[in-house]
Write a protein that binds this ligand. Structure first.
Ligand code: DGL
Length: 265
């Protein structure tokens, strides 16, 4: 594997998601690794992945992976819980470069809870996946896990009008609050964009947990392990979307206030 990494240092980190959600991960990676160039794929034309079959999710994940490899990615971050839980095993078995995945942060929530009750908000595809079921099984004996499918939330985030999510979020989160959870896991990379709206609904004492920083740290760890961190002084950032580049540009400019190249996928 080390041969593969030789002289790849300034090649970009490839990141993909079913849409703009993974930009929450992209942001954490950029903050932790400011010298790294990135290429991000937002497969917005096919969002949401959460309602698709595992076979379709694998097929779409392969397409994004091959595009990123073609563009020279040295490592791939699957910035989508749904794609990770359904497709990462296939990707790791099929391609020689390292993959970083993201799963709902069940473990940290289960360790931190004082009430013994945690909530997990994620897509149908994530909550039904074998990987998620296996992870959550380890904690079910010691904590009560309230799982809720965030149906409709990905589409709202993709529209850029986050306030529209308020009534759905009330419906999904109020039962968790009433049940006494003290940690809520945002198990979809689109949901951190809704944090502001969520915080208007839940009491301050409830902690929201997402995996963005953990994924950035894992990416750094793998690059360090392979002596493959970039030293570029002027890293570049490109975003490819299968959806509407104008809308994506509007949303990303609002969120990140910086110039990035946006292209059609
Ligand atoms: N950002 C994806 C995730 O983390 C959303 C999946 C979807 O498109 O339904 O699961």
């Amino acid at each position: 594997m080390s041969g593969f990494f030789f002289a790849l240092n300034n090649q970009p980190i490839g990141i993909f998601d079913s849409g703009i959600g993974g930009l929450s991960i992209w942001k954490c990676i950029r903050e932790l690794l400011p010298n790294e160039s990135t290429i991000y794929i937002a497969d917005s034309a096919n969002a949401p992945y959460g309602d698709k079959s595992p076979e379709e999710i694998v097929y779409l994940s392969v397409k994004s992976t091959e595009k990123l490899i073609g563009l020279g990615a040295k490592i791939i971050v699957v910035a989508c819980n749904t794609a990770t839980t359904n497709a990462i095993r296939h990707l790791r078995d099929s391609y020689p470069l390292p993959f970083v995945g993201i799963e709902p942060a069940t473990k940290p929530a289960a360790i931190q809870t004082k009430t013994g009750k945690i909530g997990i908000l994620a897509t149908k595809g994530t909550l039904a996946s074998e990987l998620f079921l296996n992870t959550s099984k380890q904690y079910r004996g010691s904590v009560e896990i309230i799982e809720t499918v965030g149906a409709g939330l990905v589409q709202i985030v993709e529209s850029g009008d986050f306030n529209k999510a308020k009534s759905l979020l009330r419906k999904y989160l109020e039962p968790m609050v009433e049940a006494g959870v003290d940690n809520i896991v945002l198990g979809c990379t689109h949901y951190p964009f809704l944090k502001g709206v969520i915080q208007e609904i839940i009491p301050d004492k409830i902690k929201l947990i997402d995996s963005g920083n953990a994924v950035a740290k894992r990416t750094e760890h793998l690059l360090l392990e392979h002596s493959n961190l970039s030293e570029a002084l002027y890293p570049t950032h490109q975003i490819f979307t299968s959806g509407d580049p104008v809308l994506l540009k509007k949303i990303t400019q609002n969120l990140f206030d910086e110039k990035i190249g946006i292209h059609r996928f």
